[in-house]
Design a protein around this ligand. Structure first.
Ligand code: PLP
Length: 383
């Protein structure tokens, strides 16, 4: 059977990137590697829509999230955490681990945080040092209005820190134009690489905050994630510690793909696939969990009669389709189908077709071909 990886991280890796990963390990303090760092940094700036340096950290995405918090808020400082699911909760948990006082702005799973709720929270807490947000809430498939958030934080002294881990390279996010202060992402989603690299970029005013924190009485308590080290080394196309340089070499090829396509086209491609995946929901007799869905994944709610854990096993064992289920309180209740990065429409269609065949085995009747054809129509109309 041919395995098809359709989970919202990790995602599949293109062939040329895989071939690069198979090449011999090289030394990283070399002019060749510095040239690669220079090239990938320029391409990352293009993807982030920023002229600021984009720092590459050897860590999973959470490493960059931790770096963002550790370097921008002092112990006892205040964070407004916009929470629409598990990943928004991760920001809150990191803040707590660093002794940051958290103000939660929370919506039920499936909903997005309205910018007005941020405006109200900032009004009540004008002393907030940061606001954390999640572009694509991968736990529920909801999209958050980063542009709307940034319009509010821009007029305040709070920095807007965005988890773009399943959003960047999928949906429009213009760091400089929108005035987002910190954007983080990871390698294993839209960037089409294996897990292992995290990326972070900071606005000029965020850097001012970082530098003043290190000079002040409440110096950030971090060594590996001291972002000044990454910035200062990057000025000479170097890294402070041994980077996962094999992954960085592979990154060069994935970014080249995105460059060749063009970032706007990349956003359009994801939007079109997302519409086609959502169009399957009705004929499958499933609802979408997200009210305002993100474009990198589609989250279908399962009826209570369907065993949401067992169905994942059948999809994988009998059809080779690996999708993700829910986490925590959503476990067994949803199916998360990814369509980001190196996943094309025909793989999404394969998953839709497999769902048509598998759902009836779980007592949920579906008319064969109806979801597939609805999806195809949506895809064609989106051309
Ligand atoms: C996948 C994901 C993460 C997790 O990052 P790790 O690489 O597992 O540390 C965080 N946030 C979002 C929105 C994600 O999709």
């Amino acid at each position: 059977m041919k395995p098809r990886l359709l989970t919202p991280g990790p995602t599949p890796t293109p062939e040329e990137t895989l071939l690069e990963l198979a090449r011999p390990v090289t030394f990283h303090r070399s002019s060749q590697f510095r040239a690669i760092i220079k090239e990938v940094t320029a391409d990352l700036q293009y993807i982030f829509c920023t002229t600021q340096p984009v720092l590459t950290i050897t860590a999973s995405g959470t490493g960059a999230m931790e770096a963002a918090i550790a370097n921008t808020v002092p112990v006892g400082g205040k964070a407004i955490c916009l929470i629409s699911g598990r990943w928004g909760e991760r920001w809150r948990n990191i803040c707590k681990a660093f002794g940051v006082t958290v103000v939660e702005v929370k919506v039920p799973y499936g909903e997005s945080v309205p910018p007005e709720a941020l405006a109200a929270a900032l009004k009540e807490h004008p002393d907030a040092a940061i606001v954390t947000a999640t572009h694509s809430e991968t736990a529920t498939g909801a999209r958050n209005d980063i542009k709307g958030f940034a319009a509010i934080t821009q007029a305040s002294s709070a920095l807007l820190i965005v988890d773009g881990i399943s959003g960047l390279g999928v949906m429009e996010c213009r760091m400089d134009d929108w005035g987002v202060d910190v954007v983080v992402t990871g390698s294993q989603k839209a960037l089409m690489l294996p897990p292992g690299l995290a990326f972070i970029s900071l606005s000029p005013r965020a850097w001012t905050r970082v530098d003043s924190l290190y000079q002040g009485p409440s110096t950030p308590r971090t060594f590996y994630f001291d972002l000044r080290k990454y910035r200062d080394n990057l000025a000479g196309n170097d890294t402070p510690f041994t980077p996962a340089n094999t992954l960085v070499r592979a990154l060069r090829l994935s970014l080249k793909r995105l460059r060749d396509e063009g970032i706007e086209n990349c956003w359009k491609r994801h939007a079109r696939m997302a519409r086609a995946a959502r169009a399957a929901a009705g004929p499958l007799g499933l609802e979408l969990l997200a009210k305002d869905p993100a474009d990198g994944l589609t989250v279908y709610k399962l009826p209570e009669t369907v065993d949401g854990v067992a169905i994942l096993g059948v999809l994988e064992k009998e059809y080779g389709i690996r999708v993700a289920g829910g986490q925590d309180t959503l476990k067994g209740k949803i199916i998360r189908l990814a369509h980001m990065g190196y996943i094309d429409y025909f793989e999404v269609l394969a998953a839709v077709s497999a769902l048509e065949m598998v759902l009836p085995k779980f007592g949920h009747a579906v008319q064969p071909g109806t979801a597939v054809s609805a999806s195809q129509r949506a895809f064609s109309e989106g051309a």
